[in-house]
Design a binder for this molecule. Sequence first.
Ligand code: MRU
Length: 361
Amino acid sequence: MKIAGTAYRTLWPLPSGAVCVIDQSRLPFEFVTLELASLEDAAHAIRTMVVRGAPLIGATAAYGLALALRAEASDERIAAAAEALRATRPTAVNLAWALARVRRVIEPLPVPQRAAAAFAEAGRICEEDVAQCRAIGEHGAKLIRERSAEVRRRVNVLTHCNAGWLACVDWGTALAPIYVAHDAGIELHVWVDETRPRNQGASLTAFELGAHGVPHTVIVDNLGGHLMQHGEVDLVIVGSDRTTATGDVCNKVGTYLKALAARDNGVPFYAALPVSTIDWSLEDGRAIEIEARDAAEVTHLTGRTAAGTLERVRVVPEGSPALNLAFDVTPGRLVTGLITERGVCAASRAGLAQLYPERAA
Ligand code: MRU
């Protein structure tokens, strides 16, 4: 994706052996890149959400493991580094998936070859992510085109959180169909849920869509139901941090309420995700570990003042406790379909088995 005419991915390796990322904690106000040179740098970037979004967390963890092996690549070092990275954030399965994938490749190798092989595998994970997100975009754009033909006017798509190129290596999951459809000349407009408490919609999705010239409007998280009741939402597309083998979709907190409102109003509700987001070991989304984050993200807001400085202000009375669970689970029965790199399927075991017969077996 391009920022001010320059094409960027969200992370890229440097000739020094370090990895460069965009510091998403500074967006949308400052576009700053950051070098990750060690395991600790990578773990810190994931934990503090300098990088975030399920596929990007996975890609960063893969590079983090490679960085950890530059000095020493023993079995013990691999296990300890993988555990340190895995512990940074619990919900997005792409993290554990990427670590397991790199380990499968490097552990059978002689120790001196492991670091280079880990870097190469991290690079392949990134390339595959870009290709998969692009394919998700093509498949999802067909749905937008169909909806456009049905409504015969500008299509209104609602999305939650940020499942765009900033959440992946490029393109995005939920936003990829929007970019492909927009670039193909389909007239569309995006309702962007602000996505409290961290406001990834207001800060990141709005930034991305604006940079790409996609018409959009930021709304408070609670407006979606009202807009659906009044025919102002034609389609919902969200991302996913972990989807079970039975099609339950775990995504940013608030997604479930959008799915309920969509069902009540007959609005198609899709989740877009690559295969790396599917947890084939899980049957029931309620078993997914939901990340509990610092209550201060709920009690405080950060923004830019008129003077141009970033400030954090308290919005909850002193002494009132706050609960900050970062994700929720939408049962597959509320999901119209899953948009994957292989096509669109029902959010069910049978639907996923059709697209991924090798996993079903
Ligand atoms: O807490 P975050 O910002 O990492 O959460 C991101 C989301 O919930 C996205 O919607 C999800 O990762 C899908 S990303 C392609």
